[in-house]
Design a protein around this ligand. Structure first.
Ligand code: HEM
Length: 482
């Protein structure tokens, strides 16, 4: 007998006894008398029990506090999303447990101040949830949906030049046209002394401005004063879908596929369709040379020369769709927050008014729509806009990042590789921030200069639901023109 055979035989003998005991136990187990269906149920229950036990007590992040249910299943988090109050619910948990809250078996929400540097300024991989923002279906990945920072940055470089402030400002005259239409609607409601749903009109104008900035053409919402083709209403369905399906990527693969895209039956398909119609028309417009699409098509040429495997026409189309989705509700929410909160703080409103009057005495802040450069020089107005975004953050998801190889230390807390940590900004911060700032500053300044308003029912709180973004509604106002 060779040495190898000897070892194997010895092992068999050693293992043989315990295996025999297990076999006897199995044969004499009362489970054998149960029907196969019950056996399966028992097996699944036992498996779930052991998985829960492992997640709760033997996970590398077991020591991080949080709701019990959250430590064993994602269901706790999904329930918060479903309530439409995930942002507030998570803050409640932070008040209870501190800066680190375990919000899912492998995910921690963080409010520790050093998280800003550790998560936001570091180039960490994004959480898998991001793969959902691949619209209209799984074939259309964009820098938004790419989770590898190298890939995202590589792709973004073909798309980013158009967002630079000196490019964005070229769209200002076109933006003024859409903004004028908003103010004409406000004049109309002021004359008729009818309640105005500012939330809707802010969303119409923000959509149209996104159209201007991306395709050199508004979609026509503010012109008509209505949700053309129900596109805005569709957005809500999409927000809910993104918030949930991001945790079940197979759902996205199953439902968002080339067939559903072609049929345009899902909200993402509808948004894609609206975007493609605008993009195709834009291609026929020889005047359109300052918009984002112009920069993206130049980027596409460059990517072809560079033989980029990441940036192609499909990526461009998907990114255009992402802009239409990302650039409208967010700005509307920001504008609403500015007005709504200042209505509750008239001293703040008056201070901005005084600031604008002082600027007018120096010959600034004139014209039908206040110029961006003038509005940018109003420090109190700018602070109030920022405060509005802080009081009511338009993006309510946690924007997950993944702890890299070697783990990550935040404050005194160490997170091993692979743990998902949520916060949001840094390399993945909003590319449209200059566009957003321009809209918020110009519209907010012009409103305070030219109008006063009060809520129809000043005690009534606005309504909102936080899914991927949160957009308030239902707080009609009476407007007076100054
Ligand atoms: C007040 C208004 C806005 C807010 C609060 C906001 C906020 C954000 C946030 C938090 C993100 C996610 C960053 C991340 O992935 O970590 C984002 C992404 C994005 N935003 Fe905005 N945004 C606003 C306006 C706009 C506008 C006006 C545009 C377009 C003109 C825009 C286009 C985008 C795009 C394309 C992305 C995806 C970027 C990428 O990862 O490649 N946003 N925004």
């Amino acid at each position: 007998m060779s040495a190898e055979d000897f070892i194997i035989t010895a092992w068999r003998e050693q293992l043989g006894k315990p295996l025999m005991v297990l076999k006897k136990l199995r044969d004499s187990s009362p489970v054998n008398d149960l029907n196969p269906g019950v056996q399966v149920v028992l097996l699944v229950t036992a498996a779930l029990f052991f998985i829960s036990l492992r997640r709760r007590y033997f996970s590398p992040i077991s020591h991080i506090p949080g709701p019990f249910l959250a430590s064993i299943t994602r269901f706790w988090h999904l329930r918060q999303i479903w309530s439409g109050r995930q942002n507030l619910k998570l803050l409640e948990q932070h008040e209870k447990y501190g800066c680190f809250v375990r919000m899912a078996p492998n995910e921690v929400s963080i409010t520790h101040p050093s998280g800003v540097k550790a998560l936001l300024l570091a180039t960490l991989p994004k959480g898998d949830w991001y793969r959902i923002v691949c619209f209209p279906d799984y074939r259309f990945s964009t820098p938004f949906s790419m989770v590898d920072p190298k890939e995202k940055n590589e792709c973004s470089k073909y798309l980013s030049t158009g967002y630079l402030q000196h490019n964005v400002i070229k769209s200002e005259p076109a933006l003024d046209k859409s903004m004028s239409k908003l103010f004409r609607w406000m004049d109309k409601y002021a004359n008729e002394q009818k309640p105005m749903d500012l939330d809707k009109f802010f969303t119409y104008v923000a959509f149209d401005i996104t159209g201007e900035v991306v395709f050199s053409k508004p979609f026509g919402f503010i012109e008509k004063g209505e949700d053309v083709r129900g596109s805005i209403a569709m957005n809500l369905g999409m927000e809910i879908y993104i918030a949930f399906a991001g945790y079940f990527q197979w759902v996205h693969r199953l439902f968002a596929n080339p067939v559903t895209t072609w049929l345009a039956i899902l909200p993402m398909g509808h948004l894609f369709d609206t975007t493609m119609t605008a993009l195709n028309e834009r291609q026929k417009d020889p005047e359109a040379s300052n918009d984002l699409a112009a920069h993206w098509f130049k980027g596409l040429e460059k990517a072809k020369k560079d033989q980029s495997k990441l940036f192609d026409l499909r990526c461009l189309q998907a990114f255009a769709t992402a802009n239409v989705g990302a650039g409208s509700d967010t700005v509307s929410a920001g504008l609403q927050s500015f007005v709504y909160h200042l209505l509750r703080h008239p001293d703040g409103w008056n201070r901005i008014k005084t600031e604008i009057e002082a600027a007018r005495n120096q010959g600034r802040c004139e014209g039908e729509v206040i110029a961006y450069n003038d509005s940018a020089q109003l420090p109190y107005l700018q602070a109030a806009i920022k405060e509005g975004l802080r009081m009511f953050a338009p993006v309510s998801m946690g924007l997950p990042r993944v702890a890299p190889k070697g783990g990550l230390k935040i404050g005194e807390m160490f997170f091993p590789q692979g743990v998902t940590l949520t916060w949001g900004a840094g390399y993945a911060s909003c590319p449209g921030q200059h566009v957003a700032k321009m809209q918020l500053s110009k519209i907010a300044a012009t409103i305070v200069r030219d109008y006063t308003m009060k809520q129809v029912n000043p005690q009534q709180e606005w309504k909102w639901a936080a899914y991927f973004t949160a957009v308030p509604h239902d707080w009609p106002v009476y407007i007076t023109k100054r």
